[in-house]
Design a protein around this ligand. Structure first.
Ligand code: ZN
Length: 192
């Protein structure tokens, strides 16, 4: 982008110029303000130069111009771009394709069940992928695991009995504790 006049003298687009009158003559400091952060870059000039030449000095120092951006902000922006376009490695892609094929072959979407001897664990082991990834992928693309009614009924019976056992245990413990307290009270009366 061309600016009429001297973009540094006229303080255009982040640029500015400082003039120092010294014993050895006048010296100049060009400033470039980052458009994204408070950073200000400086370049010392022995003589006043055309703005294009000063621009080149900032470019060489790692700045980007129009929009004027400091090296740190550029680094950060390129890091963000890299993160966003992060692709899985060829190995990971092959493993995912393998997982897809296995699920397609060994998982019955209607029944919500794996074929005999197949499971999320086995797919994870054979592809080398994390089980959590396999489960997530299977749920999204092929559906939830549905247990047969008989299995579901047995599970629910077991869990009900477990709860009952826990509660019964707790009430026995409470009863025993109260008997111990009574025993202690009676024993102390006998001076034991
Ligand atoms: Zn910056």
């Amino acid at each position: 982008m061309k600016h009429r006049g001297h973009s540094y003298r006229n303080s255009v687009a982040g640029r500015s110029l400082e003039t120092h009158a010294g014993i050895g003559g006048t010296s100049f400091v060009a400033h470039m303000r980052c458009s994204r952060c408070p950073c200000v870059g400086t370049r010392n000039l022995r003589a006043i130069m055309p703005p294009e030449h000063i621009d080149r000095k900032f470019l060489q120092a790692g700045w980007s111009l129009d929009p004027h951006t400091c090296p740190d902000c550029l680094k950060q922006a390129s890091q963000e771009r890299k993160t966003m376009s992060a692709k899985p490695s060829p190995t990971a892609m092959r493993a995912q394709a393998q997982m897809f094929t296995m699920l397609q072959t060994h998982f019955d979407t209607d029944k919500g069940a794996f074929a005999k001897e197949w499971s999320d664990d086995r797919v994870a082991t054979e592809t080398g992928l994390a089980k959590a990834l396999v489960v997530e992928f299977r749920q999204t693309c092929f559906g939830e695991l549905k247990e047969p009614d008989e299995v579901r009924a047995l599970r629910s019976d077991i869990s009900a009995l477990e709860t009952l056992a826990r509660e019964t245990n707790a009430s026995f413990a409470a009863e025993i504790a109260s008997l111990r307290t009574r025993l202690a009270a009676i024993s102390s009366r006998w001076g034991a």
